[in-house]
Design a protein around this ligand. Structure first.
Ligand code: BTN
Length: 321
């Protein structure tokens, strides 16, 4: 999207009511006809803008504005530069390309739609255009590769804290899914490039379902799936969730860099749906049942199975109680 169109979108997003064409023209140094052309271009790509006679333009649809996010987080570690694209294969894949071309920590890329969205354990991830957030964040932590699983868990805490602002009952499910009433509303995919002893880039991919798509969820999704607006009992706007998430992510990442994993692990455990509960985990080779007893510092789940304590490194967890 052109910078001018994004600036107009950010301005309309911020305003509680209509903004006059004269005011937009004066603020952007354009003619009223120039503003009108940009408004038409925005409408042509599906942004719902109402023209109210005698008052100006009012944003009806819920749109993400990269300019407004960049402005809000310009002095922060994460989100000082945000980009929104209409469609891409996968924001994670693109962010890794950007990382390899030398982009700085804190860059965020959002996509309205992904043609090849990727999930955990080689699965695909569906992004419902306009009804979901799909984003990737670039990190360059000055730390060894062993801490990368901790960054995934830290992200789960940040996403939980952000979602809980809209729906307080959102919980984490090991390792880093977000659930409401047993239905998955968000997922995280962390990817890394590095060498022994040094991380070059970590790409944190986050997908959040904001609304149930009009045609329902695709049949290919073979798990219980939910959305934040249903969880919160009201229509929740993309921009509000994006801004709340970036704020929470900044806070968690700053804490992690300053104090290490301990405070994050505590928050994770407090907000984990299955802490102390009976669970069943599929670890790729079979099912293991036990009580979720603790989270290890490398992200492994410690399961009490009778007299034995087992470490589960990866898998899918199901709550039994
Ligand atoms: C999962 O729970 O399986 C993880 C889902 C992660 C999806 C996000 S959407 C943005 C980013 N780009 C991708 O291709 N995947 C992640």
């Amino acid at each position: 999207m052109s910078d001018t169109r994004d600036t107009i979108l950010a301005r309309l997003n911020r305003a509680d009511d209509a903004v006059s064409g004269d005011l937009l023209a004066a603020e952007l140094g354009l003619s009223r006809a120039g503003i009108w052309k940009h408004i038409q271009a925005l409408k042509n790509r599906g942004v719902q803008i109402e023209s109210i006679s005698g008052k100006g333009y009012r944003l009806v649809s819920d749109e993400l504005s990269a300019a407004a996010l960049t402005e809000a987080f310009r002095n922060r570690r994460i989100g000082h530069h945000c980009t929104v694209v209409d469609e891409i294969d996968s924001t994670n894949r693109e962010m890794m390309r950007l990382a390899e071309s030398g982009e700085q920590e804190g860059l965020i890329l959002f996509a309205r739609q992904q043609s090849g969205g990727r999930g955990r354990l080689g699965r695909s991830w569906h992004t419902a255009p306009g009804d979901a957030l799909a984003l990737s964040i670039l990190l360059r932590p000055p730390l060894p590769p062993e801490i990368v699983p901790q960054l995934s868990l830290m992200t789960a805490v940040a996403v939980q804290q952000a979602c809980a602002r809209f729906a307080p009952q959102v919980r984490i499910k090991w390792p880093n899914d977000l659930l409401f009433n047993g239905a998955k509303i968000a997922g995280i995919l962390t990817e890394m490039r590095g060498e022994p002893g040094r991380v070059h880039a970590v790409v944190i991919g986050i997908g959040i379902n904001l609304r149930k798509p009009d045609g329902g969820w695709p049949d290919s999704i073979n798990q219980k799936v939910g959305d934040l607006s249903s969880a919160g009992g009201r229509r929740i706007r993309q921009q509000d969730v994006a801004a709340t998430l970036i704020e929470a992510f900044n806070d968690c990442y700053e804490t992690f860099l300053r104090e290490g994993f301990a405070p994050i692990r505590q928050l994770w455990w407090q907000n984990h749906a299955a802490s102390g509960q009976k669970v069943r985990v599929h670890d790729g080779s079979g099912y293991i049942e036990g009580i979720a007893e603790a989270l290890d510092s490398d992200g492994a789940l410690l399961l009490r199975c009778g007299s034995e304590r087992r470490r589960i490194i990866a898998g899918d967890l199901e709550l039994l109680s």
